[in-house]
Design a protein around this ligand. Structure first.
Ligand SMILES: Cc1cc2nc3c(=O)[nH]c(=O)nc-3n(C[C@H](O)[C@H](O)[C@H](O)COP(=O)(O)OP(=O)(O)OC[C@H]3O[C@@H](n4cnc5c(N)ncnc54)[C@H](O)[C@@H]3O)c2cc1C
Length: 416
């Protein structure tokens, strides 16, 4: 049995950022990761875009942490030698009906304090990206690209330099409370005791919460997103990151083009129900995961509300022709042979019993635990800021037990 102040469950970017924030506050921390490699799930299977903070409701946790987290992330990458590119992106209105939403987006961006935001006309778009078609657009200067898996590795190395622990192959299967402390046991029988547990288990976060006896009042519904890659000889068709104007109700939908940090141009992702939370083959099926989705009343309420969107997303998943048609709205010259199958990712989306998709990050607390049960995009961008937010909550909880020294450190840090 090893003993620490805090045990963080989940070695994705958010768990590692949280552990770093806690180590900076002087706490002894260990991260337990189920897989043999850190960042095996969402953190290692995403678009790799450092979001600016354009889309999110001003004042929301998402908006606040995206803007501050983005700045910290650029600084962290530069300090730790992780390749990063602040390349900007284009948001394109493909017809006049989208103009009011483009204007709303521009206002949001300004309210969120974005710098270098610029309205574009047709000629500007043609100048920046000659094959992109649009009636108007926005240039978002602060967007960038990075490999979030590499950021996670750099965070783990930093944590270890600070004296924190990182254990892979350590799936937490049992959690119990003893005299106000928490004890966890992994599938291999290792035991760890701590004053508090922080759950950053992404796609498994609802289950982890229940293991501690906390009802998170949501279920994680896994949504698969498939990508295509532009063949290298056609990659010059798209120079920038090119995004459509999002639907405000479903901002994560809408296939886009991303020129990644390694130079590949990816198109996607779509969003379809996944029947396995952690396997990436299109045929993967887990009776437990699928059963949990279909037994959850909120899923059926959501399905009733969004059935037509769901069908068109599924259509794009099975038909390359439909996928290409969606891309042609942004880049008319693109043809099916220009694209080859790329990777895919699975999003952890929290849905409540009424069928509502939770938009903002959602934290619930138990007696000896804190659970981040909704951390969708842009949580990778915002991870350093979310980590400090969770670290602050942990501190408030530990205050009485760990004492004044830690409280003074955090006050000084907040003031500096
Ligand atoms: C397709 C896609 C595209 C995206 N694009 C972007 C983007 O461009 N920009 C952006 O900012 N965000 C993006 N996101 C969102 C971003 O990837 C996530 O918000 C972020 O990675 C969440 O990090 P996490 O650490 O919470 O979760 P994860 O990375 O999923 O980490 C959770 C970890 O917990 C571990 N775990 C689970 N159960 C246990 C257990 N019982 N014991 C121990 N460990 C456990 C898992 O193995 C996993 O490693 C995208 C997501 C997807 C899926």
């Amino acid at each position: 049995m090893t003993t620490h102040d805090i045990v963080v469950v989940g070695g994705g970017i958010v768990g590692l950022a949280t552990a770093n924030a806690l180590a900076d506050l002087g706490a002894s921390v260990i991260v337990l990761e189920a897989e043999s490699r850190l960042a095996s799930h969402q953190t290692g299977h995403n678009s790799g875009v450092i979001h600016s903070g354009l889309y999110y409701k001003p004042g929301s946790l998402k908006a606040r942490t995206c803007v501050t987290g983005r700045k910290e992330l650029y600084a962290f990458c530069e300090e730790s030698g992780v390749p990063v590119r602040r390349c900007g992106k284009l948001v394109i209105a493909t017809d006049d009906a989208e103009l009011p939403r483009l204007t709303m987006l521009e206002e949001r961006g300004r309210a969120n304090g974005l710098q270098g935001l610029k309205r574009l006309d047709r000629a500007d778009i043609r100048h920046l990206d000659p094959e992109v078609a649009g009636v108007a657009g926005l240039w978002v200067a602060e967007t960038g690209v990075v490999d979030f898996g590499m950021v996670a590795q750099a965070l783990a190395a930093r944590l270890q330099r600070q004296g924190g622990g990182v254990r892979t192959g350590a799936r937490v299967v049992t959690i119990t409370s003893h005299a106000g402390d928490v004890q966890v046991e992994t599938a291999h029988g290792d035991r760890v005791a701590a004053r508090l547990l922080v759950n950053c288990a992404g796609l498994q976060s609802d289950r982890l919460a229940r293991l501690t006896g906390v009802d998170p009042a949501i279920a994680i519904i896994p949504f698969r997103g498939d990508y295509y890659t532009l063949r290298p000889e056609r990659a010059s068709l798209v120079r920038n990151l090119v995004y459509p104007v999002p639907d405000p109700d479903l901002p994560f939908l809408g296939v886009h083009f991303t020129r990644r940090i390694d130079g590949r141009v990816e198109a996607g992702p779509n969003a379809v129900l996944a029947l396995h939370r952690e396997r990436y083959s299109p045929w993967a099926l887990s009776p437990r995961d699928a059963g949990a989705v279909f037994a959850f009343p909120g899923f059926w309420r959501m399905a009733l509300r969004f059935w037509s969107v769901g069908l068109s997303e599924a259509g794009r998943s099975w038909s390359k022709t439909l996928f290409v048609r969606a891309l042609q709205r942004l880049v008319p010259a693109i043809r099916a042979p220009d694209l080859q199958r790329g990777g895919c990712g699975i999003r952890a989306q929290a849905v409540d019993a009424s069928g509502r998709l939770l938009d903002d990050y959602h934290i619930v607390e138990g007696e000896t635990s804190i659970h981040l049960v909704n951390a969708p995009s842009p949580a990778a961008t915002a991870s350093l800021s979310i980590g400090r937010e969770l670290g602050g909550r942990v501190l408030e909880r530990l205050d009485a037990r760990v004492g004044r020294a830690l409280r003074e450190t955090v006050t000084n840090l907040r003031q500096s």
